[in-house]
Ligand binder design. Structure first.
Ligand code: KG4
Ligand code: ZN
Length: 338
C-alpha cells in the first residue's frame, strides 16, 4: 500500500480537475481547467456546453498531470471520480473515462461524493483538523452544517431551505451587473462598500435550529438596488456582511450543540475573506480551531477528489461493475463509513 497512487477526476460542474495522490507522498500533482469563459456570455453554466468541454479536456489534462508527476498511466493503482451530486452530463464524462481507464488498466475505480471531496480538502494541508468536527460546506449548490464523527460518518445538522449561499452571491452579483461567476466579483466590490449604509436581515437566526435561507437576502439586494442604483458597493457590502454573519452565528450554534472545538469550512465560498475573518473571530472567542483548504482547493478541483477517493480505495472500497453509474442527487448521509 505504501506506494498506492490514486488518480482523481472532477467533472461535476464547470471545471475539469485532475489530481494525483500517493499514500507515500500525499498530493503529487494537480491541474485544473476552468470553463468560466465558455459560460460567461450566458450568465451561468450551460450544462450541455459543460459536458462537451469536459470531453475535450479530461484526457489531455490527465496526460499533463502524469507528465508533471513524471509518471505513466501504468503507475496508477486506483481511480477516483466524482459520481455526484452535480450535472448529469458532466458527471457522465468523468465517470465514463474513469471506469474505462480502470477497466483497461485492471485497477479499481471508486465514485466519490463531491461534497465529501470539499469536506476533506483541508486534509490536503500540513496542519490537519482532528475528528470529530463541525463542517460548514458552502458552495454554489449546497450550504450545510455537518457533524463529522469520522470519514464517512456524516450527520447533516442543517442546510439551506432555498438558495445555497454561493448561489445567492452569484444571483446578487448578477442583479448588480457583475456578471458570472459573481461570488468573487461581489466580494471585491464589497471591499469598497461602507458597512452599515444598508442593513440587511440575518435570515432565520431568531429561529432555533441550524437551517439556512438565503433567497430573501437576494431579494433584499434587488429592492435596495432599485431604490439606490448608485450605491452598488454599499449593497454588496451589506449582502456580504449579512450572509457571512448568518453563517458565523449558525456555526457558533453548531459548535455549542455538538460540544466540538473544531470547525472545518470548505467549498467555493470558504475562499471569501470576510467569511474567514468572521469565523476566525468567533473561533477565538469560542476557543475553537477553524480550518480551511488553501484558496485554490476551496473551489472545485481534482486534488480533493483524488484524496477523498484515495482514503477509501486504500481500504478496499470500490464501485464494482462495469456500468457507468452516476448519482446527480446524493446525500452525504448515505455514504459508507471508512
Ligand atoms: O465549490 P464550488 O467551486 O462549486 C460548487 O460545488 O458549487 O463553489 C462555487 C461557488 C460559486 O457560487 C462562487 O460564486 C462562490 O463559490 N465563490 C465565492 C468566492 N469564491 C467562490 N463566493 C464568495 N466569495 C468568494 N471569494
Ligand atoms: Zn464544489
Amino acid at each position: 500500500m505504501a506506494k498506492f497512487i490514486t488518480l482523481g477526476i472532477e467533472s461535476s460542474c464547470d471545471e475539469t480537475g485532475i489530481g494525483l495522490y500517493s499514500e507515500q507522498d500525499g498530493l503529487i500533482a494537480h491541474q485544473l481547467f476552468s470553463q468560466v469563459e465558455i459560460h460567461a456570455e450566458y450568465g451561468g453554466v450551460v450544462p450541455e456546453l459543460a459536458s462537451r468541454d469536459h470531453i475535450q479536456r479530461v484526457l489531455p489534462l490527465i496526460k499533463a498531470v502524469l507528465k508533471e508527476a513524471n509518471l505513466q498511466l501504468t503507475d496508477i493503482d486506483g481511480i477516483a471520480y466524482t459520481a455526484g451530486p452535480g450535472l448529469a452530463g458532466a458527471l457522465l464524462v468523468g465517470s465514463a473515462v474513469a471506469k474505462s481507464l480502470a477497466w483497461s488498466l485492471k485497477i479499481p475505480a471508486l465514485g466519490v461524493h463531491h461534497m465529501e471531496g470539499h469536506l476533506l480538502a483541508p486534509l490536503l494541508e500540513a496542519k490537519q483538523p482532528k475528528f470529530p468536527f463541525v463542517a460548514l460546506l458552502v458552495s454554489g449548490g449546497h450550504t450545510m452544517l455537518v457533524d463529522v464523527k469520522a470519514i464517512g460518518q456524516y450527520k447533516i445538522l442543517g442546510e439551506s431551505l432555498d438558495d445555497a449561499v454561493g448561489e445567492a452571491f452569484d444571483k446578487t452579483a448578477k442583479i448588480l451587473g457583475l456578471g458570472y461567476p459573481g461570488g468573487p466579483a461581489l466580494a471585491t466590490l464589497a471591499e469598497q462598500g461602507v458597512e452599515g449604509t444598508f442593513k440587511f436581515p440575518r435570515p432565520m437566526i431568531d429561529r432555533p435550529g441550524l437551517d439556512f435561507s438565503f433567497s430573501g437576502l437576494k431579494t433584499f439586494a434587488r429592492n435596495t438596488f432599485a431604490k439606490y442604483p448608485e450605491q452598488k458597493a454599499d449593497i454588496a457590502k451589506a449582502f456580504e456582511v449579512a450572509s457571512t454573519q448568518t453563517l458565523m452565528i449558525k456555526c457558533r450554534r453548531a459548535l455549542v450543540q455538538t460540544g466540538y472545538k473544531t470547525l472545518v469550512v470548505a467549498g467555493g465560498v470558504s475562499a471569501n475573506t470576510a467569511l474567514r475573518k468572521e469565523l476566525n473571530t468567533m473561533g477565538k472567542k469560542a476557543k475553537a480551531e477553524v480550518f480551511y483548504p488553501r484558496q485554490e482547493f476551496c473551489t472545485d478541483n481534482g486534488a480533493m477528489i483524488a484524496l477523498a477517493g484515495h482514503l477509501r480505495l486504500v481500504r478496499g472500497q470500490t464501485t464494482s461493475g462495469n456500468e457507468i453509474v452516476i448519482n446527480p442527487r446524493w446525500s452525504l448521509e448515505e455514504l459508507q463509513a471508512v
